[in-house]
Design a binder for this molecule. Sequence first.
Ligand code: NI
Length: 182
Amino acid sequence: MILPIYIYGSSVLKKETEEIDSSYPELQTFIADMFETMAQSDGIGLAAPQVGKSIRLFVIDASTFADKKPELENYRKTFINPVILERAGEITCYNEGCLSFPKLHEDVYRESRVRVEYFDENFEKHDEWFDGIVARIIQHEYDHLEGKLFVERLSAIRRRLIASKLKRIAKGNFSASYKTKL
Ligand code: NI
């Protein structure tokens, strides 16, 4: 089922999230819905708060980068109760977007490598390093679980420059090719 995506200004994007365990009701259905919603909106990552659920879960799909990095063919992953244990590598800049901010793209600086402890959809525990675009997506989605939005990572000057754009989005003054909710 395709879920509506909550847009910037919705309080659920700033709400505290809770860890879940395998008894979480309809977990597999919810994960399938997350992947379906992400695919339908051409997203490369989607966090539970973006579909109105305050739980520590996100999904990523880096397969769109497989043309440059063949190892990312069918690269789809579920992260439950993730914890970023370490950030390393160099600081890189990337023009990020977010489904909760239709058509807004801004340069964001982040570390190029992260070590993450997380559970997958079968509640198997992992402790893994990720780099490049995958580390980028993970950090963006992880921020959502912390109630932190990518525009909060911009410089004060840049935020001031896009303030009116942000206001328009929060007022519902935007167009999106996917189902949204304010
Ligand atoms: Ni986002």
